[in-house]
Design a protein around this ligand. Structure first.
Ligand SMILES: N[C@@H](CCC(=O)N[C@@H](CS)C(=O)NCC(=O)O)C(=O)O
Length: 325
């Protein structure tokens, strides 16, 4: 078994103590074209996710907001990332988790080997699975959410048709903001938390807060990152911010400030997204906290899980009268 097959996070950093996230391997696209290699169809594709994972969480949110629940099924892994990687579990044993009713797999890794017997990289979620060709379409969340955003419109209820989180006129701006937010926030918290050298940790931790400060000033002027319209950029950032106070502040030592006390505009924005219909059903804070604090035993060997779930996101949103939005 290759070393990459284990959940050993210590194998992820290089000599300088920097964490490097691997590039996803399956990069195909479902398309709304009958002659495509992966044509859009109802009940043909299946999502494998973890409630804990911020990348997988994006796909759950877009599936929900696009009304795709009866068109694309979901299986949810156990919150614990063990030596064999992500594992399925009965909801009786682990509330929120599921068994794999599509492939009958015990571990996510089995799907990767079914798709490619020579696969030798990490076994990550999310996975978009094609039930007809018995293979993985994509294991890259940023691309899966683009497919869900547009390619299944023929099958959704009329009220969801045409809803887009990546509108033509904002694409350039979305791509630009996604770029620095990915590097310094979404992945930045991991680079701080998984750093194995003081310098690497400090640089990345400071980078996270420089970007949070920048986001705070954007959200002081705008309802959402790119103005009055909720876009993919907000959804991608939301899953990281939601985990910030309960997990990244402590577990990943991103502790210069907290969202709840240090970033009022980011907090207001988080509440606004959390309170959109359907979003809170995609949030499982038990899975989130237990995953990080119990899986990364290099960081937290006693696996004690802190009590706080972060700020109360159900609280009414206060939009100051002086704000332009
Ligand atoms: N680029 C991928 C990253 C996915 C990813 O790293 N997922 C993590 C969970 S948060 C994972 O499954 N890790 C398992 C492992 O590396 O063994 C995406 O955005 O889809």
């Amino acid at each position: 078994m290759s070393s990459t097959a284990s959940g050993d996070i210590t194998k992820w950093h290089s000599k300088d103590g920097q964490f490097h996230r691997q590039v996803s391997s399956f990069r195909d696209f479902v398309e709304a074209k009958p002659d495509a290699r992966f044509p859009a169809e109802a009940n043909r594709y299946h999502l494998y996710v973890s409630y804990a994972c911020p990348w997988a969480h994006r796909t759950l949110i877009v599936r929900k907001l696009k009304g795709l629940e009866s068109i694309i099924g979901v299986s949810v892994v156990h919150y614990l990332l063990g030596p064999n990687g992500w594992e399925f579990a009965s909801p009786d044993d682990v509330p929120g988790a599921t068994l794999d009713d599509v492939n009958g797999a015990k571990y996510i890794r089995e799907l990767y080997f079914k798709a490619n017997p020579n696969y030798s990289a990490r076994f990550t979620v999310p996975v978009l699975w094609d039930k007809k060709q018995h293979t993985i379409v994509s294991n890259e969340s940023s691309e899966i959410i683009r497919m869900l955003n547009t390619e299944f419109d023929e099958f959704v209820e009329p009220e969801y048709r045409g809803i887009t989180f990546y509108p033509e006129e904002l694409r350039e701006k979305i791509d630009e903001i996604n770029g620095w937010i990915y590097d310094t926030v979404n992945n930045g918290v991991y680079k701080a938390g998984f750093a194995s050298a003081q310098d690497a940790y400090e640089t990345n931790c400071r980078g996270v807060f420089a970007s949070l400060d920048r986001i705070e000033s954007i959200l002081a002027e705008n309802e959402f990152l790119l103005g009055s319209r909720l876009t993919e950029a907000d959804l991608r950032l939301f899953t990281t911010i939601l985990r910030f106070d309960p997990v990244y502040h402590g577990h990943f030592k991103c502790n210069i400030k907290q969202i709840s006390t240090g970033y009022p505009n980011i907090l207001r924005w988080t509440r606004e997204i959390y309170q959109l219909p359907g979003i809170k059903e995609t949030v499982n804070m038990e899975h989130i906290k237990k995953h990080y604090y119990m899986s990364h035993t290099q960081i937290n060997p006693l696996q004690i899980v802190p009590v706080s779930n972060g700020p109360d996101l159900d609280k009414p949103i206060v939009k100051p009268a002086s704000r332009p939005y």
